[in-house]
Design a protein around this ligand. Structure first.
Ligand SMILES: NC(=O)c1ccc[n+]([C@@H]2O[C@H](COP(=O)([O-])OP(=O)(O)OC[C@H]3O[C@@H](n4cnc5c(N)ncnc54)[C@H](O)[C@@H]3O)[C@@H](O)[C@H]2O)c1
Length: 247
């Protein structure tokens, strides 16, 4: 049991990579807080966690709303007494070429992906400093390196990388490690509507010739949350089938 009695909060835990992380952490003995804006999905995942015999709290909250987040962390402390691990996973995309991108598309993606990560980390940090212990795992993307049609998403994820490094420097004196996982294309709702010809093109470019399964990203979350990663902080780890490596 690599997370025995650790308390872990996973944002966007109701589907895709977040759900896989919730389930992987619960298999390793963590007490789980599932955050999402989608109550139906979050409660479905909570049922699976309970079936594994683990304790779980569902917090329906928008990661862009500081009051919601403060409430969520307070409920976590009331129920479990502490917060050891935060996985900032909630995220969206609203793709468009720059010349056609609306301000709303730009703002929404930056707000959820970047500001949401900042706010959750900021509020969690308050508790983790009191404990002199914490692990924060942020979510970037291969898209942070640039991708046609994803200026908003790409900028948000590149921002998450910079945020991670600064959080790591500021957190280190309190024994808080902060890292970032940068997934490549992964089989979730986010990629489900990709036109088949684009999906085929992308897979051809990936050295491992396939998309990731959500569990393969969750495995990296687990490693970074575990004691095995105690001396790793400020790092960005690409879990992308090799696509970021080069030609
Ligand atoms: N799927 C991919 O190919 C891929 C690749 C790289 C990075 N990522 C990143 O991984 C993370 C998870 O993505 P996924 O593919 O599992 O997508 P997903 O759409 O399956 O899951 C995202 C979850 O976040 C929740 N969410 C959205 N806005 C929220 C908000 N304001 N507050 C709280 N929860 C909110 C959604 O309801 C959903 O349950 C995202 O940050 C995404 O950018 C995904």
């Amino acid at each position: 049991m690599r997370l025995k009695n650790k308390v872990a909060l996973i944002t966007g835990g109701g589907s895709g990579i977040g759900e896989a992380t919730v389930l992987r952490f619960s298999e390793e003995g963590a007490k789980i807080v599932i955050n999402d804006v989608n109550a139906e999905d979050a409660n479905k995942v909570a049922k699976k966690v309970k079936a594994n015999g683990c304790e779980v709290l569902v917090c329906i909250a928008d990661v862009t709303n500081k009051n919601d987040i403060e409430d969520m962390i307070n409920k976590t402390i009331e129920k479990f007494g502490r917060l050891d691990i935060l996985v900032n996973n909630a995220g969206i995309n609203r793709d468009s070429f720059v010349k056609k991108m609306s301000e709303e598309q730009w703002d929404k993606v930056i707000e959820i992906n970047l500001k949401g990560t900042f706010l959750c980390a900021q509020v969690a940090l308050g508790q983790m400093i009191k404990q002199n212990y914490g692990r924060i795992i942020n979510t970037a993307s291969i898209g942070a390196l640039g991708n046609i049609g994803q200026a908003n998403y790409s900028a948000s994820k590149a921002g998450v990388i910079g945020l991670t490094k600064t959080l790591a420097l500021e957190g280190a004196r309190y024994n808080i490690n902060v890292n970032c996982v940068s997934p490549g294309a992964t089989n979730t709702a986010m990629t489900a509507n990709m036109p088949p010809e684009i999906a085929k093109f992308v897979k051809e470019k990936i050295p491992l010739k396939r998309f990731a399964e959500p569990k393969e990203i969750a495995n990296m979350h687990l490693f970074l949350a575990s004691e095995e990663a105690s001396y790793i902080t400020g790092q960005v780890i690409f879990v992308d089938g090799g696509i970021s490596v080069g030609i």
